[in-house]
Design a protein around this ligand. Structure first.
Ligand code: GUN
Ligand code: ZN
Length: 438
């Protein structure tokens, strides 16, 4: 690994600005320096204070007009769904049956899985996303494909085999016992190999029998350091169906709670229609929510109430996810923009600091990886996104009149997308460089 020095304005959050004053959370250096060694950040801070530590002859990259951020963390994304992004006209259950399940069946071919996994990882990096929590399909080779692609770039990726034993086409169903055995074998093969982290992945209550959820709970009990990802309360018809399928449970959250799937290792996509009591259970158990606004708008699922979720009286840990291919963009900037608009429709104006927090440290915290990624801090991985606030003529014009850092960062997340990612570093290596302006 080559050691590097990156010089330029840098911005990072050290704490949650939903729950603390922004000035206690944000670190900004107008002329910053990051020194990397062996893939980690060795030192970070004001250039003038750190320049004496620059080793002789170290490769230095200077980005005077950019903003260096920790790489984005996408807390919820489906790699087998890239081919169905922008599929017309259906809400969740019909969308799954019409588009999603047939697309996932194609991953029974490992060659297809490898092709899409390579595309997917490259697309993450083109968008400045250096870590993600990824849903695969029920076919174990789909998990091998994504971890192999991530391992080649030394990326921290969380991923798991979809557990689903009912209410979907036979060619993508597993069985309760088979899903347990497959997950166990994948944990042994991949968990903590390099930066890979296996994640137990029951799709949602509608496609899992009670026995399968029981076995997902057994996997969580047997592996204390394994995370879990799933979906909850995204769509009203889904909520009603969950109640029909699990009549003994008091609500949707209680289904997962009952099977031991609700604790600080668990992250659930969406949570739009959770009741106050369910949010309280999330708070009490430490379970997390991945907010996926581009998906919620596109599939017409509803408006997540971020203020209710983050209520300081019983805050729930909230992350930000793209949910591609229900979501419509790989760009976490676009995702922050849509999260802002969704909150506006709920009467709340999320700040720039809160938005960048959600997309970096907040998602890292929700995924339990905030001890190694999500911040520009000594000892953390040198996973870095270089943002160009002048990436397009419109952004350049807007940046020119921005009077404060917050105004600049806010306009960048509202109007920015993959074009605003100038470069991406993973574990101290340059893994993406935008054409034209290195
Ligand atoms: N709920 C269960 N499966 C899925 C999925 O693949 N995408 C979304 N958005 N919601 C789901
Ligand atoms: Zn999803």
């Amino acid at each position: 690994m080559t050691d590097l020095a990156l010089r330029g304005p840098l911005y990072t959050l050290l704490d949650d600005p939903f729950l603390n004053a922004a000035e206690d959370c944000v670190v900004y250096e107008s002329d910053g320096l990051i020194l990397t060694r062996d893939g980690l950040i060795r030192a970070v801070g004001d250039y003038s204070k750190l320049k004496d530590q620059l080793p002789d002859g170290i490769e230095t990259r200077i980005y005077p007009d950019a903003i260096l951020l920790p790489g984005f963390v996408d807390a919820h994304i489906h790699y087998p769904q890239v081919e169905i992004i922008g599929a017309y006209g259906a809400q969740l259950l019909e969308w799954l049956n019409t588009y999603t399940f047939p697309a996932e069946a194609k991953f029974n071919d490992p060659e297809h899985a490898r092709t899409i996994a390579d595309f997917f990882i490259a697309e993450l990096l083109r968008n400045g996303t250096t870590s993600a929590s990824v849903f695969c399909t029920s076919a174990p080779p789909s998990v091998d494909a994504i971890f192999e692609a991530a391992e080649m770039r030394n990326m921290l990726i969380l991923a798991g085999k979809m557990m689903m034993d009912r209410h979907a086409p036979a060619d993508i169903l597993d069985t309760a016992g088979g899903s347990y055995d497959d997950s166990k074998a994948l944990i042994e093969r991949w968990h903590k190999r390099g930066r890979c982290l296996y994640t137990v992945t029951p799709r949602f209550a509608l496609t899992s029998s009670p026995h399968q959820l029981e076995l997902a709970g057994a996997l969580m009990r047997e592996h204390s350091d394994i995370r879990l990802q799933s979906h909850i309360s995204e769509n009203r018809a889904e909520v009603a169906r969950a109640a029909e399928l699990y009549p003994a449970r008091t609500n949707y959250t209680d289904i997962y709670h009952h099977y031991g799937l609700l604790d600080e290792r668990a992250i659930y996509g969406h949570g739009i229609h959770l009741s106050e009591g369910e949010l309280r259970t999330f708070h009490e158990t430490g379970a997390r929510i991945a907010h996926c606004p581009t998906s919620n708008f596109f599939i017409g699922s509803g408006l997540f109430d971020i203020a209710a979720a983050k209520d300081a009286a019983r805050p729930v840990t909230v992350a930000l996810g793209t949910d591609v291919g229900g979501g419509t963009s790989f760009s976490m900037l676009q995702t922050m923009s849509e999260a802002y608009k969704m909150a506006q429709l709920r009467g709340i104006s999320v700040t720039a600091a809160q938005s960048y927090y959600l997309a970096t440290l907040g998602s890292a915290q929700a995924l339990g990886i905030d001890d190694r990624v999500g911040k520009l801090q000594a000892g953390y991985a040198a996973d870095i996104a270089v943002l160009d606030p002048q990436a397009t003529p419109l952004l350049a014009l807007r940046a020119d009149v921005a009077e404060t850092l917050d105004e600049l960062l806010f306009a960048l997340m509202i109007c920015g997308d993959d074009r605003a990612i100038q470069a991406t570093f993973v574990a101290g290596e340059l893994v993406y460089q935008r054409d034209g302006r290195p």
